[in-house]
Design a protein around this ligand. Structure first.
Ligand code: SF4
Ligand code: SF4
Length: 225
């Protein structure tokens, strides 16, 4: 799940200074769970904009705002959407990007949220970063704990010298990632993996922008709004 937080409302109003009308998008997936882009947040944003003299021409809450086909449908069916001076998107950056790709280039599409990280959801409202999508997973050798993400220094060959009583010297409230890896590998009788020297991370495998094409690209005519 992608974790987001609300942008400062003052900055948003500043970005919308010249705009008379706005259309809102939320996202009924990640942003809804983060309490940043569900129906409640859309209603709250509509109220704030109205109080500041900006007309809200409507709002949409797609199941996933990063899914182009769902956004195309909104542009086909929602009258206010094409007319709005700007579109404000309460979703992660991928959602904003998807709406911006579908909108006419003359229509500004603005993010209302900041996108933070990919999370493991412990339970509702408790999100932890466990993977930073590096493109070459090492969990096979680290007991399912990611040193690239959970060690603030991203060390791949065991702990630094700053471990104090098993705790991390950077994030002092966290147990050292490498202590956790050691303990887990020990329980799995796989401690020999601690002796393995890993090569420096090959950052070229995660070079951006990344893409995966599992199907033939849609014909140009199909991609038209
Ligand atoms: S090594 Fe860590 S950051 Fe890379 S894919 Fe695996 S869990 Fe994600
Ligand atoms: S104490 Fe452990 S988790 Fe913290 S920076 Fe050093 S090796 Fe990484």
């Amino acid at each position: 799940m992608i974790i987001t937080k609300k942008k400062d409302i003052g900055k948003l109003l500043d970005a919308l200074k010249e705009k008379k009308s706005v259309y809102l998008f939320g996202c009924d997936s990640c942003a809804e769970q983060c309490a940043t882009g569900g129906q409640k947040e859309l209603d709250e944003m509509a109220r704030i904009l109205k109080d500041n003299g900006i007309e809200v021409l409507g709002s949409s809450l797609p199941e996933e705002t990063c899914y182009r086909q769902l956004i195309l449908k909104e542009y086909r069916t929602q009258e206010g959407l094409k007319k709005a001076d700007a579109v404000l998107v309460l979703a992660c950056g991928a959602g904003v990007r998807t709406v911006a790709d579908v909108a006419e280039e003359e229509q500004p599409v603005l993010p209302a949220l900041d996108s933070l990280f990919l999370a493991t959801v412990e339970r509702v409202g408790r999100f932890f970063e466990g993977c930073s999508l590096c493109g070459e997973c090492v969990l096979i050798e680290t007991g399912g704990i990611c040193p690239h993400t959970e060690c603030p220094k991203g060390l791949l060959n065991g702990p630094c010298g700053g471990v104090v009583d098993g705790m991390c010297e950077v994030n002092i409230d966290n147990e050292c990632a490498w202590v956790r890896i050691y303990n887990r590998l020990k329980k799995q009788d796989r401690l020999h993996l601690m002796k393995k020297i890993s090569a420096p991370k090959d950052h070229s495998v995660g070079m951006r922008p990344r893409k995966i094409l599992l199907r033939e690209p849609a014909r140009k005519a199909d991609r038209k709004k």
